[in-house]
Write a new protein. Structure first.
Length: 273
C-alpha cells in the first residue's frame, strides 16, 4: 500500500452518485479513526499521457477531500476498463449501506460487464472451469457468478435485475427523490407498471399526496373517475342506456330510421358502457 496526493487522482464517471450525507459520516470516521481500507486506483493511458484514475472508493476520497487531506492510502491495480468497472461494482455490492435501488442498478451493470467479458454466456454457451481455463473458459452464468462473488442469493439477484431493467433513467432519477429507493417491495410494484404509469405514480408521491405505490394508484384512479365528461361522451352514454331500456318494437323503429337491418341478434343485443 502506498500514498498518493489527492490532486493527482482523476475521478471518472461513476455508476453510483456520491451522497453528501454518507461523505459526512465517513469524514467523521476518518477524522477519528483514520482510513483502514485504501481506495483502489489504476494507471491509465489517455492519449499521449498517463493518469491515475479512481477505481473504487469515491466516498472515501470525497471524505478525505472534505477533511483537507493532501494524501490518501491507495491500492493500485492493473485492470482494463471492464475489469475496473467490475471492481467498482463488486466493492459497492458488498457494502451494507447500499440501497435496494442502487443494488439493483449495480447488479444490472454487473450483468452487462459479465456479458461483455464472457459473451458466450449471454447466449447460453457451454460453461467452462473457472479455475483451469482463465477468462476464456469462464462461462459461468451471471447469476451464479454474482451470487458467489457478492454473497447474494440467485433469486435476490434475479429480482433486482428485473427491477432495474424495467425502470428508465428518468424514472430512476425521480425514484431517488422518494422513499421508494429504500424499499425493494415498492420498487417491484413500480417496475410492474408501464413507463407512463410509473411517472404518474412518482409525481403523485413527490407531490406529497402518497408514500406508497398502492396509495398513489388509488389516488390516480379516483382522479381519473372524477375527470370531467364531455357533452358528446354524455350523449353517447345516454344513447347506450336508452337502447338497453327499449323494447324490440322501438329498437326496430330506431334501426329502420337509420336504414339498418333489424336482425333478431341485433334486436336482442345488450350493450355495455
Amino acid at each position: 500500500m502506498s500514498h498518493l496526493p489527492l490532486k493527482d487522482i482523476v475521478v471518472p464517471e461513476r455508476l453510483r452518485p456520491v451522497h453528501q450525507d454518507w461523505i459526512e459520516v465517513l469524514a467523521s470516521s476518518l477524522d477519528e479513526l483514520g482510513l483502514k481500507e485504501p481506495i483502489v486506483v489504476r494507471e491509465v493511458k489517455r492519449g499521449r499521457s498517463k493518469q491515475i484514475e479512481l477505481v473504487a472508493g469515491a466516498h472515501r476520497l470525497a471524505a478525505a477531500e472534505r477533511l483537507g487531506w493532501e494524501e490518501i492510502p491507495v491500492s493500485q491495480v492493473d485492470a482494463s476498463d471492464l475489469e475496473a468497472k467490475l471492481i467498482e461494482i463488486d466493492e459497492n455490492l458488498m457494502r451494507r449501506e447500499l440501497s435496494p435501488l442502487d443494488r439493483a442498478l449495480f447488479l444490472t451493470a454487473r450483468k452487462g460487464v459479465h456479458e461483455e467479458m464472457y459473451p458466450d454466456t449471454k447466449n447460453g454457451g457451454d460453461r467452462g472451469n473457472q479455475h483451469t481455463g482463465g477468462r476464456q473458459n469462464d462461462m459461468m452464468s451471471f447469476c451464479q457468478d454474482a451470487a458467489e462473488r457478492v454473497g447474494l442469493s440467485r433469486r435476490t439477484i434475479e429480482r433486482a435485475v428485473a427491477i432495474a431493467e424495467k425502470l428508465s433513467p428518468d424514472v430512476i432519477e425521480l425514484v431517488r427523490d422518494t422513499g421508494l429507493a429504500e424499499s425493494g417491495k415498492e420498487l417491484e410494484a413500480l417496475a410492474k407498471k408501464e413507463p407512463a404509469a410509473q411517472k404518474a405514480v412518482l409525481q403523485t408521491i413527490l407531490a406529497g399526496d402518497a408514500k406508497k405505490v398502492s396509495e398513489a394508484e388509488v389516488l390516480l384512479s379516483m382522479k381519473q373517475s372524477a375527470a370531467p365528461v364531455s357533452e358528446e361522451e354524455k350523449a353517447y352514454r345516454t344513447m347506450l342506456a336508452s337502447w338497453n331500456r327499449l323494447g324490440r318494437k322501438r329498437r326496430r323503429s330506431f334501426l329502420d330510421a337509420l336504414g339498418l337491418e333489424a336482425s333478431d341478434a341485433v334486436l336482442d343485443a345488450k350493450v355495455k358502457d
